[in-house]
Write a protein that binds this ligand. Structure first.
Ligand code: SF4
Ligand code: SF4
Length: 81
């Protein structure tokens, strides 16, 4: 399941550099590319963007991209060759 950023985003920029897949881009709110977000599967046990985001309930599951852990690992593998 990819994550998404909702309107609670305070445009603080903390999340962008934390993403191992370069999935987050600037905007208001910031935007997660669902085709690149693996929920950090492949690199970390926990979504790094959620860890650093200072706003509660700002980075949430994207209901349009429900994926299993195996699918997320395959996505990661295809992104990183
Ligand atoms: Fe990037 Fe991980 Fe956040 Fe997805 S969960 S946007 S891969 S930091
Ligand atoms: Fe928005 Fe949270 Fe990213 Fe800051 S860390 S830009 S509040 S999503």
């Amino acid at each position: 399941m990819a994550l998404m950023i909702n309107d609670n985003c305070e445009v603080c920029d903390a999340c962008v550099l934390e993403c191992p897949n370069e999935a987050i881009s600037e905007g208001d709110p910031y935007v997660i590319d669902a085709l690149r977000c693996t929920e950090c599967v492949g690199e970390f046990d926990t979504p790094q963007c959620q860890l650093v985001c200072p706003v509660e309930e700002c980075i949430v599951p994207n209901p349009d991209f429900v994926e299993s852990r195996d699918e997320l690992q395959l996505k990661y593998d295809s992104l990183h060759g």
